[in-house]
Design a protein around this ligand. Structure first.
Ligand code: THU
Length: 160
């Protein structure tokens, strides 16, 4: 038996102003997107902004449904839209932020497992890492250099 270890490096920034100007802009797009979330059932509003290599920014927000499983998370709305609109153009980074009508979201919003899997498909496809920036309503931001850092041992097409 061998013991293995996975070590994840990530950065924590105290606030939006501590980010590079371009990352601030990306997160501001996510904040703006969050305002248009359709979340009447959870009251949890998520915004995502995808930065592409050509400088374009594609946004998404969660879209809920009376038939709960038919809704979709912000990250998937955004990344699928980026794939649909800019097929073949590399994705550089995704910023994600969340707010709630029920409480103050102080901690960075962690993407769900389905969204991690959906997003990592694009990282695997382009063979270049996608940076992830996570923020709650405001304040602290966590940055991961690659999607594999938040989905170690991810399923991929080599298994198929
Ligand atoms: N949600 C997202 O948009 N992204 C995530 O990664 C986690 C959850 C949404 C889905 C649903 O509309 C609401 O947040 C509560 O789960």
């Amino acid at each position: 038996m061998e013991k293995h270890q996975i070590i994840i490096d990530y950065s924590v920034y105290p606030d939006l102003n501590s980010l590079l100007a371009s990352d601030q802009e990306l997160m501001n797009h996510a904040v703006e997107a969050r305002r248009n979330a359709y979340a009447p059932y959870s009251n949890f509003h998520v915004g995502a902004a995808v930065l592409l290599e050509n400088g374009a920014i594609v946004i998404g927000n969660n879209q809920e449904n009376a038939s709960y499983p038919s809704g979709l998370c912000a990250e998937r709305v955004a990344i699928f839209q980026a794939g649909a609109k800019y097929s073949g153009i590399q994705i550089k980074a995704v910023a994600i932020t969340a707010t709630s009508k029920n409480y103050i979201v102080k901690e960075p919003a962690a993407p769900c497992g389905n969204c991690r899997q959906a997003m990592i498909e694009y990282e695997q496809k382009q063979k270049q890492p996608i940076r992830i920036l996570l923020m709650g309503e405001e304040g602290k931001i966590i940055e991961f250099n690659s999607l594999i850092d938040i989905l170690p041992l991810a399923f991929n097409n080599s298994f198929l």
